[in-house]
Ligand binder design. Structure first.
Ligand SMILES: Cc1cc2nc3c(=O)[nH]c(=O)nc-3n(C[C@H](O)[C@H](O)[C@H](O)COP(=O)(O)OP(=O)(O)OC[C@H]3O[C@@H](n4cnc5c(N)ncnc54)[C@H](O)[C@@H]3O)c2cc1C
Length: 475
């Protein structure tokens, strides 16, 4: 096996790197500041669309879509795309500039591979043009969804329609105003064998009764403008032609979606780890302890050397998996795809841990330049362990963000992300700070329980929500 990049790939690497250096790195801080500012919540950074146009003109567009998709594809194999994904992964937001960001990439592959001509016209073409964005709804709060055969959202046949009922969470991108289409995986045929019970359907984002219940935070960040949200679907009605490929084909579609997607995720996390390594190398030549540079300390040198080895091992394994997909198809490459899914996230976390140690306190400081890389690495695991649905629904008892009753916020009641998620008996008006003698600063669970016992109704306003003009509620 030779993993020397072809001339075509090398030219693209050079072109992409030059574009990133000239157009993305200079505005990186500005974009992070925009996304972190609560006043801009759910609004994309205004410079993004012009940058996308520039990337499109430069021919750096839709590079992820493998050559097998003919007219839709710029003609790269997974192996050729992998190093480009690594460059995009060095920074959390740049993949979108090239229309190469999740979840659109996987969704575009689904439409390109399995969509009908009408579905492609309506959804694939605007997605490929970067005019709209999309979300993928698989994971459920009440069922373990590491194994997608476990999804339970009901897709019931009713005449010429399907009617959908269920709850989904961690749905990335659904808050982005450009998100116009949802791909949902649910159950159509519970009586079938395990792998043919599920189907994938298309739901317009603005369909009535698709309700975003709350924005979820990843280590304290809502990841605006797309967010990761809990979404409830109640009697959502779609025409039968919105099914993809047919009933019982949902698992097959999900597997097809995840193969190349794993290469993208893994290579991006390798890019983040590589950047963390480079930042570590820089830091240790700037910091002196007792007359010697950190870079002269053998324990530090060892951590850096181990990081280099770990990154290179993960990179080679991921390239091998990409090559196997290209030559034998995702189904036959599933063992290697499974292997990189284990190896790359663990590697990235280990490198992130080392970087945090080497940076000392600065490694966890939000304003430091490594922080964005490190926080990207923290969310790398592809198989995340979440609190059980029961504890995460118990109104934030574990949440370290200070939550308490602070002030009256009447518009909270209209906020679909906030108080609507609480049982109605707890949601009403609180006049001024703490007029009912319920202490401020308590977890919402305690506050709500006290209010319920006393028969009073209260508004529960988290401090984060105040700062973000009610666009976020962590109940
Ligand atoms: C930032 C972020 C973005 C996300 N974006 C999306 C998105 O856009 N759309 C979407 O649908 N989902 C999304 N997810 C959800 C993600 O895909 C799931 O969290 C992941 O697939 C794991 O499913 P789960 O949370 O149900 O975990 P669970 O399945 O409950 O797993 C919990 C733990 O149990 C283990 N486990 C589970 N089953 C078994 C078993 N049979 N044997 C042994 N161990 C087992 C798992 O390995 C894991 O360690 C996102 C998650 C995050 C954190």
């Amino acid at each position: 096996m030779f993993f020397d990049y072809t001339e075509k790939t090398q030219n693209l690497i050079d072109k992409l790197q030059a574009f990133v250096d000239a157009n993305i790195l200079p505005v990186d801080r500005e974009v992070h500041a925009w996304n972190a500012d609560p006043a801009n919540r759910w609004k994309p950074w205004p410079g993004l669309e012009p940058l996308k146009e520039r990337a499109k003109s430069a021919g750096l567009w839709n590079l992820f879509l493998p050559e097998e998709y003919g007219e839709y594809s710029p003609g790269l194999t997974n192996l050729e795309y992998a190093p480009l994904a690594e460059i995009m992964g060095r920074n959390m937001w740049s993949a979108e500039v090239f229309n190469c960001s999740a979840p659109d990439t996987g969704n575009m592959e689904v439409f390109a591979k399995f969509g009908t001509a009408a579905q492609k016209k309506e959804w694939l073409l605007p997605l490929l043009a970067g005019k709209i964005r999309s979300a993928y709804l698989m994971t459920e709060p009440d069922h373990a969804c590491s194994d997608a055969t476990n999804v339970r959202t009901e897709i019931r046949s009713d005449g010429n329609d399907y009617v959908i009922n269920g709850k989904k969470w961690w749905i990335s991108g659904v808050m982005d105003p450009r998100c116009k289409v949802l791909l949902l995986m649910g159950q159509t045929n519970p009586e079938n064998p395990r792998h043919t019970q599920q189907s994938t359907v298309i739901i317009p984002r603005d369909a009535p009764d698709v309700k975003v219940i709350r924005a979820q935070t990843v280590f304290g960040d809502v990841h605006s403008p797309g967010g990761h949200c809990e979404v409830h679907l109640k009697d959502v009605r779609i025409p039968k032609e919105n099914i993809i490929l047919g009933e019982g084909r949902g698992f097959e579609i999900a597997q097809g979606r995840l193969g190349p997607g794993r290469i993208h995720h893994c290579m991006r996390s390798i890019g983040s780890a590589q950047r963390a390594l480079e930042l570590m190398c820089q830091r240790v030549t700037e910091r002196t302890t007792f007359g010697r540079m950190l870079s002269d300390r053998s324990s530090i040198r060892m951590e850096i050397a181990k990081s280099y080895c770990d990154i290179e091992q993960a990179r080679l394994l991921t390239l091998k998996a990409a090559d196997a997909i290209d030559r034998h198809g995702a189904r036959n490459a599933k063992d290697l795809i499974g292997a990189i899914k284990i190896v790359a996230p663990q590697m990235a976390q280990t490198v992130a841990d080392r970087a945090i140690q080497i940076f000392g306190g600065m490694g966890v400081w939000q304003k430091s330049s490594p922080h964005s890389v490190l926080s990207a690495l923290q969310m790398v695991p592809t198989n995340c362990t979440h609190p059980s649905s029961a504890s995460s629904r118990s109104l934030n008892t574990q949440n370290p963000v200070p939550v308490g009753i602070t002030s009256l916020k009447l518009d909270c009641y209209d906020c679909e992300y906030g108080i609507a998620a609480l049982p109605p008996r707890r949601a009403s008006v609180l006049q001024g700070p703490d007029p009912n003698g319920i202490s401020q600063g308590l977890p919402t669970s305690t506050t709500a329980a006290a209010a319920a016992r006393s028969g009073r109704t209260v508004a529960i306003v988290c401090t984060a929500m105040e700062r973000c003009s009610n666009r976020l509620c962590e109940t």
